[in-house]
Design a protein around this ligand. Structure first.
Ligand SMILES: NC(=O)c1ccc[n+]([C@@H]2O[C@H](COP(=O)([O-])OP(=O)(O)OC[C@H]3O[C@@H](n4cnc5c(N)ncnc54)[C@H](OP(=O)(O)O)[C@@H]3O)[C@@H](O)[C@H]2O)c1
Length: 283
């Protein structure tokens, strides 16, 4: 079986250096196709959330791989998320919501449990609840998604327990350098969602990226994902196409020069694909 390299989280847990996202894969058949193709190409890390409506499907597929394909639970790395309404409904004590997620996924533990959005008024209470879930071993690591420095300062001032992992939007048009550099200096793994920014025109047509793609005989997507790997972020990509999965598995076989990495970083224009104030009221 092909293997995607791993990175180490501060608590010693190993996480694949690239994960597959599952947002929009609501149909079992489609999810099954991409997850199984992913496994063939070495991808064993999968990102879900209650809001994606596919935890049960993902759990079923992983458990079938364990039963029939002699894989083990610890061959997989499952990232799941606690959503805004779950925080509101429980006033931040999300213990039962985690139990529900474990049941849907049909697994004794989640590898990484994230707060999906730092909802004002609920965020710190929910974080305290996640710390308890982590201490009980039901989540092997915990973290937060969609954070700014002000949220991290809040955690420092309250619980003092910093996330093992942060999952933010990051791609060449949005380096998110403040949070990214904070993570680097604090030994926090940075997962990058929308890693190719859904290949919007400024990336697809970028002279810089296309020149590098021609030089290395790679696609623009592979060049961007290689930039993530070399700068130290862990991409969480999504695709409907099995051919794209094979393409992305080829990211670990070449190296950009440091000057090329810097040139890609210089494309940053603080472009945001997911609008925060729409998704998270009061953000
Ligand atoms: N924490 C959060 O709040 C949050 C927010 C958003 C996403 N996420 C997670 O991150 C995952 C990835 O997010 P994302 O979908 O925004 O990531 P992405 O990988 O940047 O974008 C994927 C989209 O880009 C398209 N694409 C890729 N390469 C292309 C190319 N060369 N030409 C045309 N289209 C191309 C894909 O289409 P094809 O199907 O053709 O490949 C797909 O529709 C999600 O599934 C989810 O798990 C988390």
């Amino acid at each position: 079986m092909k293997v995607i390299p791993k990175v180490e989280i501060s608590n010693g847990l190993m996480m694949p250096a690239m994960l597959m996202g599952t947002f929009q894969h609501t149909a079992f058949r489609q999810l099954n196709k991409v997850v199984r193709t992913g496994i063939e190409h070495g991808f064993t890390g999968f990102d879900t959330a209650y809001a994606y409506g596919n935890e049960a499907h993902l759990g079923q597929i992983i458990n079938e791989c364990i039963r029939k394909d002699s894989m083990q639970r610890d061959d997989f790395f499952i990232t799941d998320k606690i959503d805004i309404w779950q925080m509101q409904q429980t006033n931040g004590d999300v213990t039962q919501k985690v139990e529900d997620a474990l049941q849907l996924l049909n697994t004794p533990y989640i590898d990484l449990l994230l707060i999906h959005w730092p909802l004002p008024g609920y965020f710190v209470k929910t974080w305290e609840s996640l710390i308890r879930v982590f201490e009980q071993g039901k989540a092997k690591s915990i973290g937060i998604s969609n954070v700014h420095m002000r949220h991290l300062s809040q955690l420092t001032e309250t619980t003092g327990f910093m996330p093992h992992v942060i999952q933010n939007e990051r791609h060449p048009l949005r380096s998110d350098n403040e949070v990214f550099n904070f993570c680097k200096s604090g030994n926090i793994v940075f997962q990058a969602y929308s890693p190719v920014c859904r290949m919007v025109e400024p990336l697809a047509a970028s002279m810089e990226l296309n020149t590098l793609a021609a030089k290395y005989e790679k696609t623009v997507g592979q060049i961007i994902l290689r930039w993530h790997v070399q700068t130290g972020s862990v991409p969480v990509f999504m695709t409907q196409k099995t051919t794209r999965i094979k393409e992305y598995a080829g990211v670990f076989g070449f190296t950009l020069t440091s000057r090329e990495v810097d040139a890609i970083s210089a494309l940053d224009i603080n472009y945001k694909m997911t609008p925060e104030s729409v998704v998270c009221p009061g953000f």
